[in-house]
Design a protein around this ligand. Sequence first.
Ligand code: BG6
Length: 487
Amino acid sequence: MGIDKPACDFTIYGVLGDLTRRKLLPALYQLDKADLLHDDTRIIGIARHKITRQEFIEKMRHNLQTFVKETLDEDVLSRMLARMHYVLVNLDIPDEYQRIKEIVDQEQRILINYFSVAPFLFGDICTGLHHADIITPETRVVLEKPIGRDLESSRVINDTVARFFNEDQVYRIDHYLGKETVMNLMALRFANSIFTTNWDHNTIDHVQITVAEEVGIEGRWGYFDKSGQLRDMVQNHLMQILTLVAMEPPVNLNDDSLRNEKLKVLKALRPITEDNIDRKVVRGQYGDGFIRGKEVTGYLEEKDGDPSSTTETFVAIRVDIDNWRWADVPFYLRTGKGMAAKRSEVVIIFKRLPHNIFPDSYNNLPPNKLIIRLQPDEGVEIEMLNKVPGIGDGLQLQRTMLDLSFCEAFNNSRIADAYERLILEIIHGHQALFIHREEVERSWTWIDSIHAAWQKSHEPPKQYPAGSWGPVASVALLARDDREWEE
Ligand code: BG6
């Protein structure tokens, strides 16, 4: 087994599903192309359809041709297809896991089990693997979200998996942690002294985190309606971004150091309850509207939609973190579907200067801002004031941007997809970029309290036209604090 490139049997449950097609296969292709897979690594697809290996290979070839966003390199494609095997397993029949045992070789390769299936099947798979006596201390298991829909159901899933695997064998995916720019948050904060020393209540006024999507529900109505934007996006992706922005410096980048610091932030979140929810949370649902000039149907009228649904497609929240660093510094989160643009960013708004010596230019000097663009068009901007060049007309100030586009700064180098990084980390057995069980549970506890308050209030979500930035109430959320969203 090579040290730099451990050989694995990368086993995907749900190999004919959407995630495999769109994300896992293209990511494995890129890893193979970059020569990051061991020669002996194999990709073993598990599903319950009766197809021959050849039919399976043809399907995989077709998927790669469709979803890899570049012209395929024929050598890499053949190498990758040669790694692929197919095993038919009905996941709820333990005896059938013997077929997996016959194909994997744990003496030679690390066994990675990627559960790209609905969580209610996790228990069956674990039981089947146990029944076939496949699980060793080296075996790894990868869990896709959602890990439950509340604290209780997440515990059931985690308990089931924990009966067969130790926490250090479990990799819970939040694909935002694999995004280049999300990772860069750590570089920005902890590799640059101008930020390390200016990152607390002394200099920062507030923080805004926006994850906006143009797309609506796109054929996922049934799934999404049971979930809603709070569970689908905030509980995981936005909370992870929040913890990376707010955490204390970890002592190093090892698995536990990083996860412990994130956990401390989750523990310090001030609960939102029925007493304060009106002032802290806005819940929205998109109606008809226009996105990029195209007419869009409202959430309730979408295919398979139920006109009486009160599920939210937008949420904005004022989050308070009760610790020393962030006393009186609110974090405003907002995320929605059917919005004006696809845009994810973190904006740090610094405090205003205590005194202005340039009375002619501004009554009130605007604050500096650090804008971290997560997607698209990844980069970092700093908004600052400069003197307008010239003589004779006093000292005029103007807002200017220091703009670092990653694409330009790094010579148009390709930005890897989140799944490429995460799969590589799993192969190498690094857990820092995966969610610890305790993080999942803390985060659900906080989210459950918001849900409980919504249930008591019976207030329906506020409507917003598709193609806008959310309900007017979201503007009011910040206006109450004398602030406004960055548009
Ligand atoms: C998924 C959500 O986790 O993230 C989807 O379930 C959402 O609803 C997606 O569209 C967004 O991911 P990205 O990488 O496109 O921002």
